[in-house]
Design a protein around this ligand. Structure first.
Ligand code: HEC
Length: 102
């Protein structure tokens, strides 16, 4: 009984750990780096935003607004095409990751 409870808890921890990717992994896996650069500083096109060191709260809001179609600048469509790949929770993690880039 005790062993199975322990095993269940251990498995839950493992499953959780692998399911929750960190910001750096998300940034690479969700192809963010293709447009914003490996470090968020060198953009694919000159009118794409540099996002390294941006305020986490601001970045999160902008990503949500682009995802939900509230923000529709000339270039928003390029970014919106990717946003269906990320959940709101992942957006939060990405925003914190970006804010810590130098
Ligand atoms: C296909 C190119 C492309 C990809 C891929 C892409 N973006 Fe963007 N991103 C853009 C463009 C273009 C804008 C500016 C949109 C606008 O002008 O409204 C933008 C805007 C942003 C902004 C808001 C910047 C600001 O100063 O307001 C953030 C934050 C951001 N992207 C993060 C990400 C993250 C994180 C990913 C990966 C999940 C990602 N982007 C993937 C092109 C892209």
């Amino acid at each position: 009984m005790k062993t199975s409870t322990f095993l269940a808890a251990a498995l839950a921890t493992l499953a959780c750990g692998s399911a929750q990717a960190d910001g750096a992994t998300l940034y690479a896996e969700k192809t963010c780096l293709a447009c914003h650069g490996k470090d968020g500083k060198k953009t694919l096109l000159p009118d794409y935003p540099k996002i390294a060191g941006q305020n986490a709260k601001y970045a999160e809001r902008q990503m949500l607004d682009i995802k939900n179609g509230v923000r529709t600048n000339g270039n928003s469509a390029a970014m919106k095409g990717i946003m269906h790949l990320v959940s709101d929770q992942e957006i939060k993690e990405l925003a914190v990751f970006l804010s810590k880039l130098k």
